[in-house]
Structures are given as C-alpha cells and as structure tokens.
Write a protein of this length. Structure first.
Length: 129
C-alpha cells in the first residue's frame, strides 16, 4: 500500500458502527491510508477529514461515526484507525426520488473528494520531518 495515497478497500471488520447505521445501503465505499510513525491513533483526531462539518454521533473501539445526511440522503461516514491504517468509510441509503437524483450526481465526485480530503488530513497530521 502506498503511504501517501488512499487506496480503495472493503469496509474493515472494525467498522461496526457504520455497519449498524444503515440497513441495506445503496452505496458503500472505504479508502485507507497507511499511518506514519507519530500520527494519532485516536479516530477523533481524524474527523477533520470532513472539515469538522458533521457531528460525531458515536465512538467505539477505534471508530468514530458521523452523520453526514443531507438532501434527504441517509448518509454516514466513519473513521476507523488501527495500528497500521486510517480508513474513511461511507454508507448511503436513498429513500426518496429527490435523494436518488441528488446522489446520482454526487456519487460521481464522491470518490475523488473523499480521497482528496484524506490526503489533506494525512499531510496535516503527519509529524514534521
């Protein structure tokens, strides 16, 4: 795995909160980056990936869950941190015609934005050389 680039992964086993947050999601993804020595292992330190715009609604065993619902979407994000990786997970359920239309546009840019925000936060939290 490249240290400075997020890679697409499956939702990690440790992501229990996000698995429970959405029943039968229409969309899920996860992106992981390798942690450098000295980087925080507390998921709360990583919630800035989403620019602190969304509240952390639960924390458990290395995972912080945020409610990122908008425009009728039932959407959640979680940050999972283990000894080697930080992983950003997303789960979305569309419930109305409006939310399906909104998500059909947003899902095209979502992977790019998620990876960009991870790289930015990874750089910010990296200890100075």
């Amino acid at each position: 795995m490249l240290k400075d680039r997020p890679v697409t992964v499956g939702i990690p086993e440790g992501a229990r909160l996000i698995r429970e947050a959405v029943d039968r999601p229409d969309y899920q993804d996860a992106y992981a980056m390798e942690l450098r020595p000295g980087m925080p292992r507390d998921p709360a330190a990583w919630t800035g990936i989403l620019r602190d715009a969304f509240p952390v609604v639960a924390r458990q065993d290395g995972e912080a869950l945020m409610n990122v619902s908008t425009a009728g979407l039932d959407a959640w994000a979680s940050i999972v941190v283990d000894e080697r990786y930080v992983t950003l997970c997303s789960s979305v359920k569309t419930t109305t015609r409006r939310s399906r239309l909104y998500w059909s546009a947003v899902k095209r840019v979502h992977p790019f934005m998620a990876r960009t925000m991870m790289v930015r936060t990874h750089r910010r939290l990296s200890p100075s050389p």
